[in-house]
Design a protein around this ligand. Structure first.
Ligand code: E4P
Length: 215
């Protein structure tokens, strides 16, 4: 399973990257709006730091505009993945960019039918938003199960990238289902390794070692 970090904050990305477990980054316009500097500079700095795929989103609503913005994003760095919203125009843009050999990430996915269309259009990654479904009292992980099964049925090559992750439980559930990628906010990233029994156990080991170390 690949781990992406879901942020445009360079410090957070640097910290996760230092662990040696980071496979890529996802950004979106809202995440970029929280950072200083121009979005182009921020994306450039992220893509320079992390060698894996870095998703950067278009904001045009028509296919032609999306393709134009996607090509401009690819000028920033070779590891940019063009993030395109799931709309009919978005599907046309995904098809066009795919034909030009440019990787895409179809975002704002909330249903299995949307997932099928994105795969048929040739999307490299598909981003279903589990947290935003949970917020509406709809089980987001049920959608991941459906999509993984459908993609296996037809051997679709599009990678399922679980997005809108809110907790370590989302990460373990996504892994259990067999999703290809999970994009994790920095806060959840740091929660993944922690357990109170680990802290307690370590504290006891060190205290006991203190009693015998000078023998
Ligand atoms: C990732 O690609 C999405 O932009 C992101 O996971 C959305 O998360 P949110 O629902 O917490 O904003």
């Amino acid at each position: 399973m690949k781990f992406f970090i879901d942020t445009a904050n360079l410090d957070e990305i640097r910290e996760a990257h230092a662990l040696g477990l980071l496979d890529g980054v996802t950004t979106n316009p809202s995440l970029l709006s929280k950072e200083d500097g121009s979005p182009t500079d921020v994306i450039h700095n992220i893509a320079e730091l992390v060698p894996g795929p870095v998703s950067a989103e278009v904001v045009a609503l028509d296919a032609e505009g999306m393709v134009r913005e996607g090509l401009a994003l690819r000028e920033i760095a070779d590891n940019i993945v063009v993030k395109i919203p799931m709309t009919l125009e978005g599907l046309k843009a995904i098809r066009s960019l795919t034909e030009q050999g440019i990787p895409t990430n179809c975002t704002l996915v909330f249903s299995a039918t949307q997932a099928i269309l994105a795969a048929k259009a040739g999307a490299t990654f598909l981003s279903p938003f589990v947290g935003r479904l949970d917020d509406l009292a709809v089980e987001g992980m049920d959608l991941i199960e459906e999509i993984v099964e459908i993609y296996q049925n037809y051997d679709f090559q599009t990678e399922v990238l679980v997005a809108s992750v809110r907790s370590p439980l989302h990460v373990s559930q996504a892994a259990q289902i067999g999703a290809d990628v999970v994009t994790i906010p920095a806060k959840v990233f740091s929660q993944l390794a922690s357990h109170p029994l680990t802290d307690l156990g370590l504290e006891r080991f060190l205290a006991d070692w203190d009693k015998v170390k000078d023998r």
